[in-house]
Design a protein around this ligand. Structure first.
Ligand code: B16
Ligand code: MG
Length: 211
């Protein structure tokens, strides 16, 4: 086996929370009269909550103090968490579940490497509570992707070196993070176009052919 473990990004790889992030940020931005659309939302993929807010506030004429920004981010997160309550195991595609089960059967350790501080709630909603061997997420890092910290911590939690792990990502910043940490990577969506991605993939299911 070329790798011993696979580290999965969450949003955009295991599940699709884009629309909920969009709705929640939109409601917050409307509340302060700042323009926000789906094109700007695309720039938030893989980016931490506070860095996402800074991108949204680029459109504002006002400058916001740190305290107010924390309030706005908290307000968005409350709306987002309410929307997440709609998620259920039906939102986990057969393709993703079957691929995860197949890799597990072949003996790979499986981990999550996500910027999201809501990782545990999302996994619970999807029925994946307790499924992964390790979880590294927004709650255990100080630097967000493209910094490699989230993946390095995932490897450390698994007790493995980066060379033994494959990172699966949908965001360009996620592939940057994987490269910076010394990981091989598999990319879906926009991440498949990254010039340094090890395995560009058209579908998530192609993963079982790459490892
Ligand atoms: P939260 P990932 C990322 O998750 C999302 O892609 C990004 O849009 C979001 O801003 C970030 O998590 C933080 O999420 O507000 O829930 O902490 O793609 O790294 O799994
Ligand atoms: Mg992602």
């Amino acid at each position: 086996m070329r790798y011993k473990a696979v580290i999965f990004d969450l949003d955009g790889v295991i599940c699709f929370t884009d629309k909920y992030h969009y709705q929640a940020w939109k409601e917050m931005a409307d509340g302060i009269g700042v323009y926000f659309d789906e094109v700007i939302n695309n720039r938030l993929r893989g980016v931490s909550r506070m860095a996402s807010l800074d991108i949204i506030l680029e459109r504002s004429e006002k400058s916001y103090k740190e305290k107010k920004k924390e309030k706005l981010a908290a307000q968005k997160n409350e709306i987002y968490k309410k929307l997440l309550e709609q998620m259920s195991p039906a939102d986990l595609s057969d393709e993703v579940k079957n691929t995860l089960d197949e890799l597990r059967k072949r003996g790979y350790k499986l981990a999550i490497g996500s910027s999201s501080k809501n990782t545990k709630m999302i996994l619970k909603q999807l029925g994946l509570d307790g499924y992964f061997d390790a979880i590294s997420d927004g709650t255990n890092i100080t630097h967000s992707k493209p910094d490699p910290e989230v993946f390095l911590k995932a490897a450390q939690f698994l007790g493995m070196d980066p060379e033994a792990c494959l990172v699966v990502e949908d965001a360009l910043a996620g592939i940057d993070a994987a490269v910076a940490g010394g990981f091989d990577s598999a990319g879906v969506g926009e991440a498949a176009t990254h010039e340094k991605v090890t395995y560009p993939m058209e579908t998530f299911g192609a993963l079982s052919l790459k490892v």
